[in-house]
Design a protein around this ligand. Sequence first.
Ligand code: HEC
Length: 110
Amino acid sequence: MMGLDDDLKLMIAMAKGEKAMDADAAQAAVQRIKAGTPEIATLFKAPETDPKSEALPTIWDEFDQFTTLAQELEQAAAKAAPTIQDRPTLAQAVANIGGACRACHRRFRK
Ligand code: HEC
């Protein structure tokens, strides 16, 4: 969905050592995730009718909850950004942000 996945994957690759650690690049990725979160609710405002969509119809019955989960991702990203300095702090940021992604997917994605 949007660029969220690319940014999180970049962070994971750096945390695992598959890519050179670059705190500035990791923080930039977190900032992009944070900046993208308000779009999630906007994107899903209109009920999804694409049969290929993995979005559960409960999104639109529980849109407040959906919006809250999007805001929680935004907060997790805002909190994580300044903490990233090295691999361990990046791994922690990935865990916190990834947890916020999963919280919404578990509830609202098929
Ligand atoms: C507030 C809810 C919510 C949050 C937070 C959220 N997602 Fe999603 N995500 C969804 C929903 C709903 C779908 C299913 C969309 C569809 O199929 O139409 C989805 C689908 C996806 C997909 C499947 C492919 C695609 O593009 O549809 C990927 C990958 C993904 N999300 C990555 C992420 C990542 C990474 C994060 C965190 C940085 C994240 N998501 C945070 C709700 C969320």
